[in-house]
Ligand binder design. Structure first.
Ligand SMILES: Nc1ncnc2c1ncn2[C@@H]1O[C@H](COP(=O)(O)OP(=O)(O)OP(=O)(O)O)[C@@H](O)[C@H]1O
Ligand SMILES: [Mg+2]
Length: 406
C-alpha cells in the first residue's frame, strides 16, 4: 500500500519538449507563447525591451536586436526551430544562421518574398499571378514617369521594413511624388511604385505549411483597413463566391508550396470591382488577419504556426461558427481616464460572449493594443458587437450611447 513504484511515475521532462525561438517580442510572439503553453512547450523570444508584449510573459527572454547577429545566435542556441514575429531580420543574418545549422523556419529563400516587396512583385509576376503594375524607383523621375503612365494618385512603397501602412504613400500628383521619393531616397530607402488599384475590398487567404509539405487553409477572410492598418476582419469573407474563395485558397496553397514557405502565411489580396483578385503582399508568420482563428476555428493560427515550424501534423482549420468578427483595439487619440481594467469589467458585464485579447502595451493613438473576437450567425450583428466592444476598450465610449451609470 502507499508508495507508488518509481517506474510508474515520470516527472514532466521539459527537455524532451521542443523549444521554439521567435525573433521579435511583440503581440504575435506573446500569443504564440500562449499556444506553446498548451502544447507543453516554451517559446524563447528575442526581444528589444523587457516590457515588450512577449517578454512580459515568457520566462525565456534574450534581450537584443534582430539586426545583431550575435543576439540572434544567442537566441537560437539549443532551440528546435527559429521563427519570426516580423520580417525585419537582415536576410544575410538568416543565411549565416542556416550555415551554422540553425533550423530557420520559414527558410530565408522563402522569407525574402515577405521581406522585400520588389523581389515579391517580380517573383509573382514571373509565376503569372496577378499583381498591380509596379516599377522600381531609383530616382524621383522614375515615379513621375510611372504615375504619368498609370495615373495619379499612384502608390509609393519602401521595398523593405514597412508595416501597418508605415512605408506606404499615395501621392496625388507628380510634384508630391517627386518630393516624397527625393526625401526617402536621400534617407537611404529603396522604393517601388505601384498602380493604385481600385478596391472593392481587401481579402486575406491564410494557410500554413510544414517542412514535410503538409498544408492547410483557413477560410478566406475580408480585412477592413483604417489609416493603412488592419482594423476589422470578417471570417469567412461575406458574399465571396465559392469559386473566388476556392481560387484564393488554391493560390495561397500553391504559392506556399512554390516558394517553400513553412509556418503560417497570409496572402493579402485586393478584390477589384470586377471581382478580380490581385496579390498585395505576403506575410510569413501569424498575421492580424488570422486573429479570429484563436476563438473562431478548431485550430488557431498561433498553434498552427508552432505545429508547422516543428513539422508536426497540422490541425483542423474548420470554423466554429458561421461568422467570426475580429476587431482590433486601437489606441484612442487620448487615452481615457478609466483604467483598462475597469473597461474590461464593464465589457464583460455587458457582453459576456466577447473574447478579449490584450497585448500588455501602453496606449498610443492608433496603436494595436488588443483585439476582440465575437462568434455568431449574422455578419451585421456580429460585426457591430465586435466593433462596439473594441471601441469601448480603447475609448471607454459605447458607440450605441449606452451609459453604465444610468
Ligand atoms: N497598390 C495599391 N492600391 C491600392 N491600395 C493599396 C495599394 N498598396 C497598398 N494599398 C493600401 O495600403 C495598405 C497597406 O499597404 P501594404 O500592405 O503594402 O503595407 P504594409 O505597411 O506592409 O502592410 P501591413 O499593414 O500589412 O503591415 C493596404 O492594405 C491597402 O489598403
Ligand atoms: Mg499589408
Amino acid at each position: 500500500m502507499g508508495a507508488v513504484s518509481e517506474s510508474s511515475t515520470r516527472p514532466f521532462d521539459s527537455s524532451v519538449m521542443p523549444t521554439v525561438t521567435m525573433v521579435g517580442g511583440g503581440q504575435l510572439a506573446r500569443m504564440t507563447h500562449q499556444a506553446a503553453i498548451a502544447l507543453g512547450q516554451r517559446l524563447r523570444v528575442l526581444a528589444e525591451r523587457p516590457d515588450d508584449p512577449a517578454a512580459q510573459v515568457t520566462p525565456e527572454v534574450v534581450l537584443g536586436s534582430h539586426t545583431d547577429l550575435a543576439a540572434l545566435r544567442k537566441a537560437a542556441v539549443g532551440s528546435h526551430a527559429l521563427t519570426f514575429d516580423h520580417e525585419h531580420v537582415p536576410t544575410e543574418h538568416l543565411h549565416a544562421l542556416v550555415a551554422e545549422g540553425v533550423n530557420v523556419q520559414p527558410p530565408p529563400r522563402a522569407l525574402v518574398y515577405a521581406q522585400d516587396k520588389l523581389a515579391m512583385r517580380r517573383r509573382l509576376a514571373e509565376l503569372n499571378i496577378p499583381v498591380p503594375a509596379f516599377v522600381p524607383v531609383e530616382s524621383p523621375a522614375d515615379v513621375v514617369a510611372f504615375g504619368d503612365e498609370h495615373g495619379w494618385p499612384c502608390v509609393l512603397k519602401t521595398v523593405r521594413g514597412g508595416y501597418d501602412g508605415r512605408g506606404v504613400w499615395m501621392p496625388e500628383s507628380a510634384a508630391e511624388a517627386e518630393s516624397i521619393a527625393r526625401d526617402q531616397l536621400a534617407g537611404g530607402a529603396t522604393l517601388l511604385a505601384e498602380q493604385r488599384v481600385e478596391l472593392r475590398r481587401e481579402l486575406s487567404a491564410m494557410v500554413a505549411r510544414s517542412p514535410f509539405g503538409q498544408a492547410a487553409a483557413w477560410p478566406v477572410v475580408e480585412t477592413v483597413q483604417r489609416k493603412g492598418q488592419c482594423a476589422v476582419v470578417i471570417a469567412p469573407a461575406p458574399d465571396l463566391s465559392d469559386d473566388s474563395a476556392a481560387a484564393a485558397s488554391a493560390l495561397a496553397l500553391g504559392l506556399a508550396a512554390e516558394l517553400g514557405v513553412t509556418g503560417a502565411m497570409a496572402v493579402e489580396l485586393f478584390e477589384t470591382p470586377a471581382g478580380e483578385l490581385l496579390v498585395n503582399e505576403l506575410a510569413m508568420r501569424p498575421h492580424n488577419s488570422g486573429h479570429w482563428s484563436m476563438d473562431g476555428a478548431v485550430t488557431g493560427q498561433f498553434e498552427q504556426h508552432l505545429r508547422a515550424v516543428l513539422d508536426y501534423p497540422l490541425g483542423d482549420t474548420t470554423p466554429l461558427a458561421p461568422v467570426t468578427v475580429m476587431a482590433n483595439i486601437l489606441g484612442a487619440p487620448e487615452a481615457p481616464a478609466m483604467s483598462m481594467d475597469e473597461r474590461l469589467h464593464h465589457l464583460f458585464a455587458r457582453m459576456p460572449e466577447a473574447r478579449v485579447h490584450l497585448y500588455g502595451k501602453g496606449e498610443r493613438p492608433d496603436r494595436k493594443i488588443g483585439h476582440v473576437n465575437i462568434l455568431g450567425d449574422d455578419v451585421a450583428v456580429v460585426r457591430e458587437k465586435a466593433e462596439r466592444a473594441a471601441q469601448w476598450m480603447s475609448h471607454a465610449v459605447w458607440t450605441d450611447g449606452w451609459d453604465p451609470h444610468e
